[in-house]
Ligand binder design. Structure first.
Ligand SMILES: NC(=O)c1ccc[n+]([C@@H]2O[C@H](COP(=O)([O-])OP(=O)(O)OC[C@H]3O[C@@H](n4cnc5c(N)ncnc54)[C@H](OP(=O)(O)O)[C@@H]3O)[C@@H](O)[C@H]2O)c1
Length: 325
């Protein structure tokens, strides 16, 4: 089968088209004929050599795909050959075929384009697990989303707003803020021009945000804790601004606040299956009836996957970038 591997570490030039043996679905697994895969920042970090695949995962990059079921492993139930599906992966998505545990596969609604569905699973699972399962975001809460215009942010805005939360976002330009407002954000903060913590306080009459979803890490730890409301939760899911920072525990205690950190890729299968089930219950029906949009920025052909990485690196995109066969 055709696949893409990284030949060394570096820029988009390390993406190399190769022939690889077709994977064989094990017990409880599904073999998917891939129609398209979604790009994620983790793919770029892996390409740069700073985010190796977890033990047991394919060295082929790719954390989410859409396609059709090609074959079922022994004992796999609930899915049929030919069915349109999308899947959450620990790796292996940049290939014509991928095998994955059935618990990480969802049916793609008839109303949704199969190629675009490639951009659903990684973001939906990240958003649902962190905003709702981890931070307990509820109706009436205020949530602050960093990187609001990105793939994660674009879905987080919609799911949080649909759950009855008031959504504040940060982004680097007025254009990106406009994208966020169109998806349902109540207000946008241009972090290049404003102190986001002070502005969050202003926008919440001094209370702060009940939940913060952070993709920046160290650089934002102090202002994030400053922007948190009493009993608030900060969930760190990205380290674009570094991993080590100092935290004033006194401030955290006074606010009865929590700081959590999670990754999705290395979670055990049972946890992933639980998250996928929550996505099926809460996000998939919205995708089916059109109240949740996939916010796809651009689709590239498989032979231009390196160009897709170049575009991702440029940081111009809003929402998701897809590569299709
Ligand atoms: N832990 C997990 O399980 C998990 C799962 C999936 C993704 N993630 C992480 O979530 C983050 C977002 O992923 P994504 O796929 O949505 O990527 P993306 O589409 O590239 O979005 C990232 C956003 O972050 C913003 N950003 C970049 N550098 C920044 C900086 N230095 N300060 C503030 N904002 C910055 C960018 O917007 P601006 O131009 O507005 O700055 C961009 O829109 C990544 O860090 C990724 O690794 C974590």
């Amino acid at each position: 089968m055709r696949a893409i591997e990284y030949r060394g570490a570096g820029g988009p030039e390390v993406l190399t088209e190769v022939d690889r043996p077709m994977p064989v679905p094990g017990p409880g697994e599904v073999l998917i004929k891939v129609a398209a895969f979604g790009l994620n920042r983790a793919d770029v970090q892996q390409r740069r050599g700073v985010y190796p695949p977890p033990p047991g995962a394919s060295d082929i990059p790719g954390l989410e795909v859409s396609g059709t079921v090609e074959a079922l492993g022994e004992g796999t139930v609930g899915l049929a050959v030919g069915q349109r599906v999308c899947a959450l992966l620990a790796g292996g998505g940049y290939a014509r075929y991928v095998a994955v545990a059935a618990g990480q596969v969802l049916s793609v609604p008839e109303t949704v384009d199969l190629v675009d569905a490639a951009g659903f699973m990684e973001v939906a699972c990240t958003v649902v697990s962190n905003l709702f399962l981890e931070a307990g975001l509820a109706r009436g809460d205020t949530v602050l989303l960093h990187g609001g215009a990105g793939g994660i942010g674009s879905m987080a805005i919609q799911l949080a707003a649909a759950a009855g939360a008031r959504v504040l976002v940060t982004a680097s330009s007025e254009e990106k803020i406009a994208h966020c407002l169109a998806l349902g954000a109540a207000a946008g903060i241009n972090y290049r021009e404003e102190d986001f913590a002070a502005r969050t306080k202003e926008l919440t009459d001094g209370a702060g945000a009940d939940v913060i979803l952070d993709v920046v890490g160290a650089k934002y730890l102090e202002p994030n804790v400053r922007a948190l409301a009493k009993d608030g939760t900060l969930v760190v899911i990205g380290l674009q601004g570094g991993a080590k920072a100092e935290l004033n525990l006194g401030v955290l205690m006074a606010k009865r606040a929590r700081v959590a950190g999670t990754t999705l890729r290395a979670r055990p299968l049972e946890q992933k299956a639980k998250i996928v089930a929550a996505v099926k219950e809460h996000a998939l029906p919205m995708l089916a009836n059109g109240t949740l949009t996939l916010s796809i920025d651009r689709r590239f052909p498989f032979t231009e996957a390196a160009l897709a990485h170049e575009y991702f690196d440029s940081g111009q995109h809003t929402g998701k970038i897809i590569v299709k066969f």
